[in-house]
Design a protein around this ligand. Structure first.
Ligand code: BES
Ligand code: ZN
Ligand code: ZN
Length: 491
């Protein structure tokens, strides 16, 4: 899909559909709509349209415009319309209209400030994505928007042009993440994740280093290797580096992503019901790859390194057993009480490695615990930190990017849930506060570096599609990662 800003008169745009936003009890409906011979009045009176968010009506052969259809979409209450709604309105338009065979779409926005324009570009690109790669129906490609134009009355300032471009870049990066998460585990082994990272890095001029089993054995990454030993497909630690042309400070951001390409649970095996979903246990890794691509294009002033430990949690004759004790890169010994708590085991070594390689700030994203869905449902990522000021900065970025995160506590008391009789720490706590003990486990390897852990187990995959987003991988955390790096020296 091509997307661009168009400043020739909106009446003249020859499009399959031209969309405008109307609000609830709108005092000032867009003139284009008001000019349709009382149509708006009619649909308002009949109740076919009220202006509620995402409500959509289509008028064929509208008056006074070259477009074939005039589409009115609800913006909800004008006073609460923000970039969050703009992103979703754009995505909803794309999804609703492509299903109706519209190929060229224009939007006349109600406001065109930089954050709104970015959000519209993102929403458009995200709305176009489908989880249909492995559907062989040749007709699937007919239902596709080929071009989207954002109609502005006057030439866009460089700031607005850049805001639009940024939205496109971030949306496309998030779709790369979704592509990777969408791959089934037989098509995406740890080695395939390596290949994807390498391809991305060489296309966008990032450095990419990959540690293999030998390198990790020499370093002593016993925690990561213990998980990997149950699979005949070897593990890797991928390192992606973005270095700005000039750096202004000494900060160095590390993004760490859990890359379990399939999680059977190991010998502490998962129930078969729903196990197929465990192909998305690499969504944190995919978010880091997507974010690194966007950063390579958007060039923030802070150096950013992505660390991606990637393994398969399988059960061959060499699989790790409950009760095994492994020695992590940091030197700490871990009693593996549950082989299904594998994410934290691979992240432990990646966090230590990030620390040893100069990270001054770390954010990790991981599909770490089922418990986070019990706590927060599907709308917020769980956020944990050892540094409140850093989390405050992250929360601002995340909010600006239109993603939601909710902080969970990390009081010292919770740390007591992690007691092992035989090693420095066990890899699980008790039945309660599962997401918090998981975070405390990670913290043992992140400290003392300012660190944030995002548990995305309940947000990385949408079981039901939304009007603006297809079902399947959401690409969550990409926008927060990117915004955090972009805002680094401004917020
Ligand atoms: N990959 C899972 C977490 C998960 C659950 C992700 C549901 C996505 C959806 C993780 O490795 C895991 O199995 N965690 C265990 C931890 C437990 C053994 C302490 C869990 O949540 O049950
Ligand atoms: Zn697991
Ligand atoms: Zn897992």
């Amino acid at each position: 899909m091509q997307i661009k800003i168009e400043t020739s008169p909106v009446e003249q745009l020859s499009l399959d559909a031209l969309a405008v936003i109307c609000f609830e009890s709108d005092e000032n409906p867009p003139p284009l709509v008001a000019a349709q011979n009382g149509w708006l009045q009619e649909i308002l009176t009949s109740g076919e349209f009220t202006g509620k968010l995402y409500e959509t009506v289509v008028l064929h052969r509208p008056q006074g415009v070259a477009a074939k259809r005039l589409v009115v979409i609800g913006g909800g209450k004008r006073a609460t319309f923000s970039p969050v709604e703009a992103r979703r309105v754009a995505g909803s338009l794309v999804r609703y209209l492509k299903a109706k065979g519209v190929h060229t779409l224009g939007l006349l926005p109600n406001q065109a400030d930089a954050p709104t324009v970015t959000a519209i570009a993102e929403g458009t690109v995200l709305g176009a994505w489908e989880a249909d790669k492995y559907k062989s129906d040749p007709k699937k490609n007919d239902k596709r928007i080929d071009s989207f134009v954002l109609s502005l009355p006057t030439a866009a300032t460089p700031e607005i042009q850049q805001a639009f471009e940024q939205g496109r870049i971030i949306g496309e990066a998030q779709n790369l993440t979704r592509d990777l998460v969408n791959e089934p585990a037989n098509k995406l082994l740890p080695s395939d994740l390596v290949a994807a990272a390498r391809t991305m890095a060489s296309s966008y001029n990032l450095e990419c280093e990959v540690l293999d089993t030998d390198a990790m054995t020499k370093l002593g990454m016993g925690s990561l290797l213990g998980v990997a030993q149950g699979s005949s497909n070897p593990p890797f630690l991928i390192v992606l580096k973005y270095q700005p042309a000039t750096t202004t400070g000494t900060d160095h951001l590390a993004l760490v992503g859990k890359g379990v390409t399939f999680d059977t649970g190991g010998l502490s095996i998962k129930p078969s019901d729903g196990m197929e979903k465990m192909k998305y246990d690499m969504a944190g890794a995919a978010a880091v790859i997507g974010a690194m691509r966007a950063l390579a294009q958007l060039k923030p002033s802070i150096p950013v390194t992505g660390y991606i430990p990637t393994v398969e949690n399988m059960i061959n004759g060499n699989a790790q057993r409950p009760g095994d004790i492994v020695t992590a890169l940091s030197g700490k010994t871990i009693e593996v009480l549950n082989t299904d708590a594998e994410g934290r085991l691979i992240l432990a070594d990646a966090l230590t490695y990030a620390n040893r390689n100069g990270a001054t700030h770390i954010v990790d994203a991981a599909t770490l615990t089922g418990a986070i869905g019990v706590a927060l449902g599907h709308h917020n990522m769980g956020a944990f930190t050892n540094n409140e000021a850093f989390l405050a900065k992250f929360m601002n970025a995340s909010r600006a990017a239109g993603e939601k995160a909710w902080q969970l506590p990390m009081d010292e008391e919770y740390k007591d849930y992690l007691k092992s009789a035989f090693a420095d720490l066990p890899n699980i706590g008790g039945r309660h506060g599962g997401s918090i003990t998981a975070a405390w486990f990670l913290r043992e390897f992140a400290d003392p570096t300012p660190w944030i852990h995002l548990d995305i187990a309940s947000t990385a995959w949408l079981d039901d599609g939304k009007g603006w987003l297809s079902k399947g991988p959401s690409g969550v955390a990409v926008r927060s990662f990117v915004q955090l790096a972009l805002d680094w020296n401004h917020a």
